[in-house]
Design a binder for this molecule. Structure first.
Ligand code: AMP
Ligand code: GLY
Length: 423
C-alpha cells in the first residue's frame, strides 16, 4: 500500500515510524513532515490543509490511504473533500468527517452531544454576545475557579481558568467582543472539575471500536505543573490510576455512548477519538473531545502498540475493525520533550541539533525540526520527544532523561519532572 500521512509534529513522526514497520507498506509519504519523518518515508512539501494539492498528489502517486495527524485538515473537511471528488472518493481518509470533527472544532457542539447522550461532563452554559447577562448570571451560580472556553479552535489558547468572579466577567466580555476572533463568538462557561487528567484513545470504523493504550500528558511549561500551557511537555503510558475498574467506567459511560451517539445522529466517524478525561474521586468526566491522536501521547502509545498499525487502519477503512485484536506491550513508555527556550512564548528557530547519534535505547521522535544543508536544526517550540521503555515508569523516565541530556541545541529546555504526580 502507498500511504500519505499529513502533519509535521512529533505525533506524525511516531505514526510514520510505526507505519514504516508494516509489511503491507509499499511507500510512505509525509506532507509536509519534518527531519524525523524523512527517516521513515519521503517528505512532500505540501501543507496539511492544502486539499487541492493533496488530492492531485494522491492521484499522481497512487495513494491507497491518507492518514490525518492534526485536527486542522479534519475540521476543515478533508474527509468530505475526498468523498466529494470522483477521482478521490475511493481513497480512504483515516479521520472523521467535518461534521464529526466538530466534536473538537466546536466546544458548544461537543457539550450538546454529551448532554444528548448522557455522557458525564462539567455543567455548562453556552452564550453569545446578546446573551452575555445570562452568562454572567450562570457564572454567579458557580464557585471559583471559573472556566471559560472559546467555542472554536483557538490554537490551544481558547480555555481560561480564572480565580476571580469580577475578572471572569471581564474576560467573558472580552472573548465575546473578539479577543479570540471568530473562535470566541460563542463561549462555553463551565463548572470547574477538580481531579487528575488522562487521555484515552479509541480507533473506530463507525461501528465498532478498539481501545488503545491510555496516557497522561504534562501540559504546563514549568516544574510541578506551573506556568503557561503548552502543547505538551511529556507523557507517560500506562497511567497507574487507570486500572480495570476505572477503565470499565470510561468504556461504559463514555466510549460506548459516544460511538452509539454518533451512529444515532448519523455522523460518520472513521478514525481516532481522543477523550480528554478527568478523574474526580474515581469517576471519569469528559473535559474535551479531540478528533485525532494526542501529541506527545502518540509518542508513548505507538511504541506500546504491538499490532501492525496499517492493518488496524485498514480495518477502519474497510469497516471490519471488529475482526482485529489490539495487542499492547505491558512495559511502560515515557516521553520527555526537548523544547526551544522561551516556548510557549517567543523563541528562536534554526539552532543546530547535536548529539542525536549518541542516543541509545530510546526512540527519538522529531517534532519541530528540519533538514538544513545536511544538518538537523530546530524549527518549532517543541523540538524532539525522547521516548523510552522501562519495566516501571521510573526506569523508562531514567532512560528518557539520560538520552535527553545527550541531545543538545542552544537554549534547550525540558521539564525535569515528568510523571512526578504519579509516583
Ligand atoms: P481543553 O482545551 O478543553 O482541554 O482545556 C484545556 C485545559 O483546561 C484542560 O486540559 C484542563 O486542564 C483544563 N480544563 C478545561 N475544562 C475544565 C473544567 N471544566 N474543569 C477543570 N479544568 C478544566
Ligand atoms: N497533548 C494534548 C493534545 O494533543 O491536545
Amino acid at each position: 500500500m502507498n500511504i500519505l500521512l499529513l502533519g509535521s509534529g512529533g505525533r506524525e513522526h511516531a505514526l510514520a515510524w510505526k507505519i514504516s514497520q508494516s509489511p503491507r507498506l509499499s511507500h510512505l509519504y509525509i506532507a509536509p513532515g519534518n527531519a524525523g519523518t524523512a527517516l521513515a518515508g519521503t517528505n512532500v512539501s505540501i501543507a496539511a490543509d492544502d486539499f487541492d494539492h493533496i488530492g492531485e498528489f494522491a492521484v499522481r502517486n497512487r495513494i491507497d490511504m491518507v492518514v490525518v495527524g492534526p485536527e486542522d485538515p479534519l475540521v476543515k473537511g478533508i474527509v468530505d473533500y475526498f468523498a466529494g471528488h470522483t477521482d478521490l472518493q475511493n481513497i480512504p481518509v483515516i479521520g472523521p468527517s467535518g461534521k464529526a470533527a466538530m466534536l473538537e472544532g466546536s466546544k458548544e457542539f461537543a457539550k450538546g452531544f454529551m448532554m444528548r447522550h448522557h455522557i458525564p461532563t462539567a455543567r455548562f452554559k453556552s452564550v453569545t454576545f446578546p446573551r452575555i447577562t445570562e452568562g454572567v448570571r450562570f457564572l454567579e451560580t458557580l464557585k471559583a475557579p471559573y472556566v471559560l472556553k472559546a467555542d472554536g479552535l483557538a490554537a490551544g489558547k481558547g480555555v481560561l481558568i480564572i480565580n476571580d468572579l469580577f475578572e471572569a466577567r471581564e474576560e467573558l466580555h472580552q472573548i465575546l467582543s473578539g479577543k479570540f476572533g471568530e473562535a470566541g463568538k460563542t463561549v462555553v462557561i463551565e463548572e470547574f472539575l477538580s481531579g487528575i487528567e488522562l487521555s484515552v484513545f479509541v480507533i473506530t470504523d463507525g461501528k465498532s471500536y478498539k481501545i488503545l493504550p491510555e496516557a497522561k500528558d504534562y501540559k504546563r511549561i514549568g516544574k510541578g505543573d506551573t506556568g503557561p500551557n503548552t502543547g505538551g511537555m511529556g507523557a507517560v503510558s500506562p497511567v497507574p490510576f487507570a486500572g480495570q475498574d476505572f477503565m470499565k467506567k470510561v468504556e461504559n459511560r463514555i466510549i460506548i455512548p459516544t460511538i452509539k451517539g454518533l451512529q444515532i445522529e448519523d455522523i460518520v466517524y472513521k478514525g481516532f477519538i481522543f477523550f480528554g478525561l478527568i478523574n474526580c474521586h474515581g469517576e471519569p468526566y469528559v473535559i474535551e473531545y479531540n478528533a485525532r491522536l494526542g501529541d506527545p501521547e502518540t509518542e508513548v502509545i505507538m511504541p506500546r502498540l504491538r499490532n501492525d498499525l496499517v492493518d488496524l487502519l485498514d480495518g477502519v477503512a474497510s469497516g471490519n475493525l471488529v475482526e482485529k485484536t489490539v495487542l499492547i506491550d505491558d512495559r511502560h513508555v515515557t516521553a520527555v520533550i526537548l523544547a526551544s527556550g522561551g516556548y510557549p512564548g517567543t523563541y528562536e528557530k534554526g539552532k543546530i541539533i547535536t548529539g542525536l547519534e549518541k542516543v541509545a535505547d530510546s526512540l527519538v521522535f522529531h517534532a519541530g525540526t528540519k533538514n538544513d544543508n545536511s544538518q538537523v536544526t530546530t524549527n518549532g517550540g517543541r523540538v524532539i520527544a525522547v521516548s523510552s521503555f522501562g519495566s516501571t515508569m521510573n526506569e523508562a523516565l531514567e532512560m528518557s532523561y539520560k538520552n535527553a541530556a545527550l541531545i543538545d541545541f542552544d537554549k534547550k529546555y525540558f521539564r525535569p519532572d515528568i510523571g512526578f504526580d504519579l509516583v
